[in-house]
Design a protein around this ligand. Structure first.
Ligand code: ZN
Length: 416
């Protein structure tokens, strides 16, 4: 019986490999996802730093955690109450993999690192009058390029800027897909849509499509649920890049254990991917908006993650998040919660807190970037295994939010 199951798995993996440039070696047998409610801060810190506990989502007063079946007892002993969300992670992945067929339309499918690089290059050629493509702002640990895409029709040197970075967490495929959707929307609509034309005449968008190219490539070849970068380590590899930024590093909600999913690395910005994006961000002046794109949970998160104290710009940032939420809801009726990043539990060393920090804005003229983290679809039905037929609707609902975010910050940028 066991042999048959294994054979089915192997055949399955081979089929996906043949059809979509995808394969997988990591099998998630006996893994489940549970949703735990009323988790205290102390319990959260214990769960988030414990190897083998993989927090998938934090929403309201509940967290989704991937664990092995045996670890349920560990949670119970911690005094945490959980219910089953997915009784087989392996099945959830396999159901996702069955949807990885090659489609006609770009946004009906997910794509490999190489395919996406090629797509951006072609787009940059096609729209060369408003796109500047930088093949590499630096190399990842394994030597992959991290490209950047600039989009603007403004020719003045003091153009204000929006900085968006994507795919920092490897398994959050929808984040890179939606970034591509936004890029394509802006390019296709310049000269055709009045709002887009007006915006691109005055602002410059900067996209970094791959903060974590090694991790992303690894999710296509080995482990669909890989989160961190690919720094080697024994027994555990990888640093959580979104705990590695140089802002209140190691001040809660991250781990010093390399086997934890939230391992913050050997020091602030210890990782090449973090260094490259920090240096690149700091090389620009006039960045007024900065978004780090993630999934899942449907959240619009503003500073801070490391403290529950309000930021000096809380009133403006909360109004901005709330309005984005309304505009997203108006498209397909999906509700995104607008809240401070800390919500119930702290995180530190995150990209979006860093965007808002003194360190990031040192060379940014009189401005301070309004750092946001956006957690895209869904709320847990598929989680990271979001089917490709949700790329377009998820992209569509982000457009009015991005337009509002950019226009609002152009009109009323945060100042130091
Ligand atoms: Zn993430």
């Amino acid at each position: 019986m066991k042999t048959t199951a294994l054979l089915v798995l192997l055949v399955g993996v081979l089929i996906y490999s043949a059809s979509a440039g995808y394969s997988r070696t990591k099998i998630y047998e006996d893994e489940i996802v549970v949703r735990c409610t009323n988790v205290s801060r102390v319990q959260y810190q214990a769960i988030s730093t414990q190897p083998g506990m993989d927090i998938w989502s934090i929403k309201d007063d509940s967290i989704d955690v991937r664990i092995s079946r045996e670890s349920e007892m560990w949670l119970r002993q911690l005094g945490v109450y959980c219910t089953m969300v997915h009784d087989s992670v392996e099945l959830l992945i396999q159901q996702f993999e069955q949807k990885l067929t090659v489609q006609q339309e770009w946004f009906e499918e997910y794509h490999t690192y190489e395919e996406i690089i090629q797509w951006y290059e072609e787009l940059a050629n096609q729209y060369s009058e408003i796109v500047k493509y930088e093949p590499s702002i630096g190399k990842s640990y394994e030597g992959r390029d991290q490209p950047a895409v600039h989009i603007t029709a403004s020719s003045t040197s003091d153009t204000l800027k929006m900085y968006f970075q994507c795919q920092i967490h490897a398994r959050e495929w929808i984040s890179g897909a939606v970034c591509g959707y936004i890029v394509n929307y802006l390019l296709e609509n310049y000269g055709n849509n009045e709002d887009v034309t007006k915006l691109l005449d005055t602002v410059e968008f900067i996209f970094v499509p791959f903060v974590n190219p090694d991790g992303y490539a690894y999710t296509w070849t080995n482990d669909r649920l890989w989160r961190k970068n690919r720094r080697p380590g024994s027994p555990c590899a990888g640093v959580d890049l979104n705990r590695n930024y140089n802002d209140h590093w190691n001040e809660g909600g991250s781990s010093s254990n390399p086997c934890s999913e939230t391992y913050h690395g050997a020091g602030p910005a210890s990782e090449p991917e973090t260094q490259n994006t920090e240096n690149y961000f700091r090389s620009h002046t006039g960045i007024v908006g900065a978004i780090d794109w993630h999934s899942y949970s449907q959240l619009l998160l503003r500073p801070y993650g490391w403290t529950s104290t309000d930021s000096p710009d809380e009133a403006q940032l909360s109004a901005l998040g709330d309005e984005m939420s309304d505009r997203i809801f108006a498209v397909h009726g999906k509700f995104y919660t607008s809240q401070k990043s800390i919500g119930l539990y702290p995180t530190s060393g995150t990209a979006s807190d860093w965007f808002y920090s003194d360190n990031a804005n040192e060379n940014n003229g009189e401005y301070r970037a309004a750092g946001f983290t956006i957690e895209l679809r869904d709320t847990g039905l598929y989680g990271f295994l979001l089917p490709p037929d949700q790329i377009i609707p998820n992209g569509e609902e982000m457009i009015p939010a991005v337009m509002y975010y950019a226009n609002s910050l152009l009109e009323n940028p945060l100042k130091k």
